[in-house]
Ligand binder design. Structure first.
Ligand SMILES: Nc1ncnc2c1ncn2[C@@H]1O[C@H](COP(=O)(O)OP(=O)(O)OP(=O)(O)O)[C@@H](O)[C@H]1O
Ligand SMILES: O=C(O)C1=C[C@@H](O)[C@@H](O)[C@H](O)C1
Ligand SMILES: [Mg+2]
Length: 155
């Protein structure tokens, strides 16, 4: 089973994705990491130099062209599912899980390297409907519990 984690910036997609892949013994792919490797500069700089639309197109290209041969866990960028029909592409590639940040954690994480964080509340409202298209929603309160809950979905 392929798992695709979506959710707002700082919701834990990369953290949970990495741990989950280890526990499930499958491949872990993080689209933000792939983009930084491809461009050889941090995401913040990509936004600064080329703008958001460039980044979104690059993200979509990475999504379409990332097709691991083995079962995988894919951690995505926070805005990826909400651009064009990316969410439909994701749902064709695997089971999409929306990692929801509990209200008490929202805005507490270190987000200085996330270029869009200053408009976080507006963005979150805009993206709610898109995130709701995921196959499942899991609240990421405690890491251990989140991992357990995601694994339950796979039984
Ligand atoms: N359940 C949790 N409880 C407390 N801290 C958490 C939890 N899940 C993740 N974190 C922490 O929150 C921070 C953000 O997590 P992470 O980088 O995995 O988010 P992300 O969804 O990948 O963000 P982005 O969209 O910007 O890539 C990290 O410092 C991580 O250790
Ligand atoms: O929510 C967003 O739009 C983003 C989240 C991060 O994962 C990165 O993809 C980038 O900082 C943009
Ligand atoms: Mg991440």
């Amino acid at each position: 089973m392929n798992l695709i984690l979506i959710g707002f910036m700082g919701s834990g997609k990369s953290t949970i994705g990495k741990l989950l892949a280890k526990q499930l013994n499958c491949e872990f792919v993080d689209t933000d990491v792939l983009i930084e490797k491809k461009m050889k500069i941090p995401i913040k700089k990509i936004f600064h130099l080329y703008g958001e639309y460039f980044f979104r197109r690059l993200e979509r290209h990475i999504l379409i062209n990332t097709n691991p041969k083995n079962p995988f866990v894919l951690a995505t960028g926070g805005g990826m599912p909400c651009f064009k029909n990316n969410i439909d592409i994701m749902k064709k590639k695997g089971t999409v899980v929306y990692l929801k940040i509990p209200k008490k954690h929202l805005f507490k994480t270190d987000n200085k390297n996330r270029p869009l964080f200053n408009k976080a509340q507006i963005l979150l409202n805009k993206r709610k409907n898109c995130y709701a298209k995921a196959d499942f929603t899991i609240e990421n309160d405690k890491i251990k519990k989140t991992l357990k809950n995601i694994k339950k979905l796979m039984r």
